[in-house]
Structures are given as structure tokens and as C-alpha cells.
Design a protein. Sequence first.
Length: 125
Amino acid sequence: MKICFPVESDKGLDSEVFGHFGTAPSFVVFDTETKSTYTINNQDLGHAHGKCSPLKALDGQMVDVIIVGGIGAGAINKLNEMGIKVYRANKGSVQENLKIFQSTIMPEMTIQHACGGHAGGECGH
């Protein structure tokens, strides 16, 4: 399984999880099979508000899960259509959030949890 974390700067597992998917400068991906990480630079940083293209942002690379503080409804819908689940991150590092996710107590995000500017919901940024 490939678990993707939007981050402001790449410090591997010590990276702080970023508050919003679409404006994250990069993504740290943790591969549960190889126990390794790699980084994807956000290829869709200049998108217009509400026009995030998650697959473009991820440079066409597929992941299984996104763990993020905030995300718009359109991005959640597009990710879910690709079979990618989105979960709400806690403040802290990739490592800390990975442990929470693996303990199965992390809440899945739906469009009702989307950022307010996007769909009237709550937002982590």
C-alpha cells in the first residue's frame, strides 16, 4: 500500500503533514511493502481555486491513501473516483500520522469534511 502525505518540506518520515492537499509543495509517499519513502513534487500548484487535479498534482503516480489536514470537495471526489481514500491527519509528522493510521482510528474524510471555501465544510488549515 502506498500512503501519501502532503508536506511543506521533505524530511522523510519527520516531515510535518501540510494543512491542505492542493497547495502542498510536495508529497511524501510511504510504501508499506518496502517500508521506504519517496517524494513527489506537486505538479499542480498553480491551479485555479476549486480546479485541483489530484492525478496531475501527484505527477501521474498512483497511491492508495491520502492523509491530509484539509482538502476540497472536488479533490476528494476525484480521488475517491480513482479508488483513493482520504483520511484526516492530526497535527504532527508523517511518522506520527502513520502510526495513527495503522492503528485504524483515523477518520476517513468525505465531502462533508471538505474545506469551507470549497464545499461549506470544516477545514484543517
